[in-house]
Design a protein around this ligand. Sequence first.
Ligand code: RFL
Ligand code: PHB
Length: 389
Amino acid sequence: MRTKVVIIGAGPAGLLLGRLIESEGIETVILERRSQDYVLGRIRAGVLEQGTVELLERAGVSERMHAEGLVHDGVELSFDGDTHRFDFRKLVGRTVMVYGQTEVTRDLMQARDASGAATVYEAEDVSLHDFDGEAPRVRYRKDGVEHEIACDFIAGCDGYHGVSRASVPEGAVKTFERVYPFGWLGILVDRPPVAEELIYAHHSRGFALCSMRSETRSRYYVQVPAGERVEDWSDERFWDELRSRLNRETADRLQTGPSIEKSIAPLRSFVAEPLRFGRLFLAGDAAHIVPPTGAKGLNLAASDVRYLADAFIEYYGARSPAGIDAYSTRALARVWKAERFSWWMTSILHTFPDTDAFGRRMQRTEFDYLVGSEAASRSLAENYTGLPY
Ligand code: RFL
Ligand code: PHB
């Protein structure tokens, strides 16, 4: 079998890349290790930058998002109970869209299935070969039968634990990493959100986030120490902890209920460089991880994919390798800025086990400066709503 681009991974990065280049006549095969239902069962991101929204429009998968997604003009930050709303529309004339990653993925899967493009779910033992030469190949097993696909390019969109980055010779890739001593315990509940916009809360007991998926479904998170087990968190314990970290008025308004999903995500900053190895390209979580505090992970996956899709379109259309040659540098420039923002938001809003009194005053002063300075507020708004491509 032969195709132009083999895409490894049917997360948002792989599916969006497939959609953008298939619609320009570039044939792809997507290989995904899990089943379609498993991929759709993962509850992850909830906030889309305006640029991501525009990219989903370009991909022709924005109809349901515009009908069901919630446009948010701002967010609230709370510090030890003091609150401040950052009005993005007023500060930078931009907004964000609250629409779950699960829904983005579902829309992309449906569009791909309808287009007839090939996707192999439950592809086992995917392996990458000869991407340092002119004729790369990808092998996998499906239902006990071995397959091989010859291709022009391989797009590694298989997430942090994927096989693509792991297939690159050790000396060819440089990685940068910070692991935080805590994770986020998240809960999904069919109750109306506590507020119309997201609330990011710093508290001496730890960070908390009030988010949502719709007007009737809420998503809440609390910071927990690394190594915490989800089994040790009953719903009741979660709600008590969340309430204790919110200001009184918000806590009193909180509508609790039985969780429909509960999981713990560790927090990490990670970047691999470069993003191109001959005819293999990395995009999304395969290449970089941000802590979720800035709501950047999915948006970064989308921006990588935008650069990579345009590069392939230029290669096959204008027969120019300029875009593929520039991909790594272009994508990484934007990646590092989102890494900075996510690391910074994480460092102000969480409690760190080794922070001394001076460090705590610095966190408070960051908050006071943000609240008091229009320039600082605008910087937060500019980054949260998404830096330009
Ligand atoms: P994904 O979504 O991990 O998809 C990779 C796919 O590759 C498959 N795969 C393989 N397939 C074949 N062979 C192999 N050997 C394979 N190994 C893996 C996997 O099964 C999977 O289907 O990566 P992608 O597409 O790069 O997308 C990245 C996003 O998923 C991620 O950045 C975001 O979810 C991060 N994130 C958030 N991002 C935001 O922009 N805004 C948010 O509000 C936000 N909140 C979050 C988040 C991530 C979270 N967790 C759980 C990590 C909140 C949480 C709690
Ligand atoms: C979410 O709704 O899951 C969410 C929202 C904002 C974040 C992270 C996660 O910063």
